[in-house]
Design a protein around this ligand. Structure first.
Ligand SMILES: CCCCCCCC(=O)CC(=O)SCCNC(=O)CCNC(=O)[C@H](O)C(C)(C)COP(=O)(O)OP(=O)(O)OC[C@H]1O[C@@H](n2cnc3c(N)ncnc32)[C@H](O)[C@@H]1OP(=O)(O)O
Ligand SMILES: NC(=O)C1=CN([C@@H]2O[C@H](COP(=O)(O)OP(=O)(O)OC[C@H]3O[C@@H](n4cnc5c(N)ncnc54)[C@H](O)[C@@H]3O)[C@@H](O)[C@H]2O)C=CC1
Length: 281
């Protein structure tokens, strides 16, 4: 894989583009507006400068030079692999897959999604090439976390899964696990009930946010507590993922608590808006 496209340059898309460029690949990021493209470039620049200051890369500028930031999806025409990383909304993602199917020229190209929870078959079925569609699910922060979940749908060509594995393990240096195509895959199926339980605990007044998080950091050796983690991920994304899992399994543990819904209504989305369970500068 040499020519990679990333659609959506938010928290995850900018990270996926960064690790791809750090692996020496030619990367194009497509965002929905010029301002969003500029923000994506800013996020990647900040992250690369941090990596440079820690001696993890020689030159942030050299890596950045491998990435183009665009707003017209038509630039994806020559890509060998396109990874979709737009918001977690089934309707918006399916429209994007319809568009990518028309734009990406090579019949051998892979159309991948970084979705946290939407079944891959729902994205593949709107294209004329569902055998080329696969979930390649990265973890946040992408430059730090090693895991990638590979999620072929029931009609994905096994060769596509192996090409995706070679990309994430051979080229990006990540470690893959194989998941079946069920909402939430492996990690989020386990993480969502945990984080939602922490929100319910806080909502009921049982313990403070700080004590819930300190409990899991000091008592269970988690790198951060569940409420700080929800703030890192984004409460809008947390809610959307919970809703996909609930829609698939009708399991009460996956149902979004009212406090999470109200915080999303209020625009308290966590780190990205400056306030969630905690306040950020
Ligand atoms: C809520 C449930 C719903 C889920 C729904 C959607 C989610 C998904 O689909 C899938 C997911 O991603 S699930 C979330 C997975 N992520 C986690 O669990 C993160 C857990 N937290 C951490 O690893 C550390 O607190 C963390 C790395 C964040 C920060 O670590 P520290 O507190 O130790 O802080 P630092 O000392 O500043 O950082 C440690 C090293 O990491 C580097 N770093 C941190 N943030 C970074 C970032 N954003 N980009 C690049 N590098 C970063 C930092 O430079 C440092 O590196 P070293 O100095 O070399 O160790
Ligand atoms: N936040 C997290 O921790 C993780 C999120 N994910 C998944 O990655 C995807 C993206 O999530 P985030 O990066 O957190 O969201 P985000 O909200 O930070 O970024 C989404 C980006 O997509 C852009 N966008 C929306 N529609 C677009 C379109 N039609 N064309 C081009 N760009 C468009 C937005 O402008 C925004 O910059 C979601 O599917 C999410 O479930 C996966 C792993 C972890």
């Amino acid at each position: 894989m040499q020519k990679v496209g990333v659609v959506g340059g938010g928290l995850m898309g900018s990270g996926i583009a960064e690790v791809s460029a750090r692996a020496g690949l030619d990367v194009i990021v497509v965002e929905s507006s010029a301002a969003a493209a500029e923000a994506a470039k800013g996020r990647m620049t900040k992250s690369l400068e941090r990596a440079e200051s820690k001696g993890k890369i020689d030159s942030a500028a050299d890596v950045l030079a491998k990435v183009r930031f665009e707003t017209d999806l038509a630039v994806m025409a020559d890509r060998e692999l396109v990874i979709e990383a737009i918001i977690e909304d089934e309707e918006i993602k399916t429209q994007l897959f319809r568009d990518l199917d028309k734009i990406v020229e090579s019949p051998d190209a892979i159309l991948a999604s970084n979705t946290s929870s939407i079944p891959i078959m729902k994205l593949g079925v709107v294209t004329s090439r569902p055998e080329k569609v696969i979930g390649i699910h990265f973890f946040n922060p992408v430059p730090v976390l090693k895991l990638v979940e590979l999620v072929p749908s029931i009609v994905t060509d096994p060769d596509v899964t192996e090409q995706a594995r070679a990309f994430v393990e051979g080229q990006l240096g990540k470690q893959a696990i194989d998941c079946q195509d069920r909402a939430g895959f492996v990690v989020n199926s386990l993480l969502i009930p945990f984080v939602l339980s922490a929100i319910r605990m806080f909502e009921s007044g049982f313990a403070s946010a700080e004590d819930i998080d300190r409990g899991m950091v000091l008592g269970a050796a988690h790198p951060q507590g569940p409420l700080a983690l929800a703030d890192l991920i984004g409460l809008d994304t947390t809610k959307a993922v919970a809703e996909s899992l609930y829609a698939e399994f009708k399991e009460p543990l996956y149902s979004a608590p009212p406090l999470l819904n109200r915080m999303v209504d209020a625009g308290l989305l966590g780190r990205k808006t400056g306030r969630g369970f905690y306040t950020y500068n």
